[in-house]
Design a protein around this ligand. Structure first.
Ligand SMILES: [Mg+2]
Length: 207
């Protein structure tokens, strides 16, 4: 069995606030070092954001700008996000470790950011791999291509998400699907097999 976990707003929160803060930090970091003039940076980021529907993909694709992305990610995540935000860990290692089989992360965040966050959350030994957006793999959930990287037709897969729409393709592929959310499913998402309020509740499900 392979468990595929989302990251933002599932394993920590508030993900959206963290993402916004990260975007702002990245822009400041970039402009302060004179890597781009701000107008040029903003125009290019807006183009990428429109093309890929998310600022995170835009950030990842900024590697095409020749950004020292790993250095940038490290400095911002370590020194700014945890200091400035009340980042909440929404899953303890044992909540995930107790599940039978392999566990991986599939995130729509840039891969270096996702890997850094997993380490910050103390979950690096729980997951065998952490996948995010890269220039080589720019497809994001719920695009079907996004799931190819973790698919394994010979194994039972389980997708764990806080976003209902991101469970539709896994259901079509025969995976089991779990929605983790404070709020119950809308009733218009028949592709959700299980619903729980927290990651810690997953262990009690009959998958
Ligand atoms: Mg999420």
């Amino acid at each position: 069995m392979r468990w595929v976990f989302d990251l933002d707003d599932l394993l920590y929160g508030p993900g959206r606030t963290t993402c916004d803060a990260f975007d702002a930090c990245l822009r400041t970091w970039t402009v302060e070092r004179g890597l781009f003039i701000s107008h040029e940076y903003d125009v290019r980021m807006a183009e990428l954001k429109n093309a890929h529907r998310t600022r995170y993909a835009a950030i990842a694709l900024c590697q095409g700008f020749d950004l020292p992305f790993d250095e940038c990610i490290g400095e911002i995540v370590d020194t700014m996000i945890l200091d400035r935000l009340a980042l909440a860990r929404w899953a303890l290692p044992d909540d995930i470790r107790c599940l039978p089989g392999e566990k991986v992360v599939l995130s729509n965040s840039p891969e270096p950011f996702a890997q850094r966050m997993v380490r910050l959350l103390g979950l690096e030994h729980v997951f065998s791999s952490v996948h995010g957006i890269t220039p080589e793999y720019p497809d994001m959930k719920p695009s079907p291509a996004a799931y190819d990287r973790v698919d394994a037709p010979d194994r039972q897969l389980v997708m764990v998400e806080d976003t209902e729409e991101n469970l539709r393709v896994p259901h079509e592929r025969g995976w089991r699907t779990i929605l983790v959310s404070k709020n119950p499913p809308t009733g218009t998402s028949p592709w959700i097999h299980h619903y729980v309020k927290t990651v810690a509740d997953i262990r009690y499900l009959s998958i």
